[in-house]
Design a protein around this ligand. Structure first.
Ligand SMILES: Nc1nc2c(c(=O)[nH]1)N[C@H]1C(S)=C(S)[C@@H](COP(=O)(O)O)O[C@H]1N2
Ligand SMILES: [Mo]
Length: 314
């Protein structure tokens, strides 16, 4: 995400991302070692596992983005607005033990150990496209479980129309929380039917490995048909509500970051077009590709928005 004060550096920032990621590859190529050779042995041994996960319903025909690009260029404002710094600083987060408070309109509320939640939710691997609001896209093999399956275990009541998610608040470690770039803690939300859609996913890992801290460990949301900011990291609270949650980004910039945030090539962000995207880590000479409605997941999710004006409810 970009904050308002940084308007003028939008294009330079995108260029610097391409240069940063490509320079890293060039240095490795010059040193005569492949990117795969730099992965920990455990990851190399298992590379085939995610490579065998069928593309198709979840990812379209695109190939997974390099692990190193996904793990080294992150958005995590609790640590830093700089995508390389947040990657490094997030390593300080203690992700175990971890508990999640479940509150609001549900029969089974309380504080649950993540380990216990995992016992009731078998892990699976899914390759999803991912699209950040700034214009970069990537394809990530996540490990996790469907959000809706887990939510049903808490028995939401008929009053539960929305689900609100909250990130950890711990400014001693999450030093970005000492600044006011966003209203802390980070909050995101979904309408209950969006949350129950089988595509909505909670991730505990990626590329056959435990989720790196900087990508949201120990538990992060993945909503592949929406812009990246909906995919909240380091979740500590889930609340079922009757009214639409006020989310961190919409509080900061209501005209720029709506509640729905569906990937939509036709609705421009007030400060830039959304019609094209570039794959993270691709060469700066690779042409951008066309953004797809709902990030390519229209068949699975378009019915959720029947009758809505998505230019108004962005
Ligand atoms: N708690 C929290 N979650 C967050 C963010 C953040 O700053 N804090 N950034 C969001 C944005 S803008 C994007 S694009 C994705 C980036 O996920 P990635 O770093 O794993 O690529 O995380 C989202 N989740
Ligand atoms: Mo983003």
């Amino acid at each position: 995400m970009l904050i308002k004060e940084r308007t003028s550096i939008l294009s330079s920032e995108i260029t610097s991302e391409a240069i940063f990621l490509n320079r890293r590859k060039l240095i490795k190529a010059a040193a005569g070692i492949s990117v795969a050779a730099l992965l920990p042995a455990s990851a190399r041994a298992q590379v085939k596992k995610y490579a065998q996960v069928p593309v198709g319903p979840y990812s379209g025909a695109l190939q997974p983005t390099d692990y190193e690009d996904v793990a080294n260029y992150t958005n995590y404002y609790e640590f830093s607005t700089d995508k390389k710094s947040s990657t490094v600083l997030a390593k300080n987060l203690q992700t175990s033990p971890w508990s999640i408070a479940v509150e609001g309109e549900a029969e089974k509320i309380g504080v649950f150990n993540l380990e216990d939640i995992l016992k009731n939710n078998p892990l699976e691997e899914r390759i999803y496209r991912f699209r950040c609001v700034e214009a970069w896209a990537m394809v990530v093999p996540w490990i996790g479980f469907p959000l809706g399956t887990m939510l049903k275990q808490f028995k939401p009541t008929s009053k539960a129309k929305f689900v609100e998610f909250t990130t950890l608040y711990d400014p001693k470690v999450m030093i970005g929380q000492k600044t006011n770039v966003l209203a802390w803690p980070y909050v995101e939300g979904l309408r209950i039917d969006e949350a129950m859609n089988p595509l909505a996913f909670l991730a505990t890992g990626m590329y056959d490995e435990t989720l790196p801290n900087q990508n949201g460990a120990p538990l992060r949301l993945v909503v592949p048909w929406k812009y990246g900011f909906k995919s909240i990291k380091a979740i500590v609270k889930i609340r079922f509500t009757e009214t639409m949650p006020a989310t961190a980004w919409s509080k900061m910039g209501p005209s720029e970051y709506g509640f729905y945030a569906n990937v939509n090539p036709e609705v421009a962000h007030p400060r830039w077009s959304q019609s094209r995207e570039r794959i993270l880590g691709a060469s700066i000479f690779t042409p951008k590709r066309k953004t797809e409605m709902f990030n390519g997941y229209g068949d699975q999710v378009a019915s959720l928005y029947k009758g809505m004006n998505l230019a108004k409810q962005y």
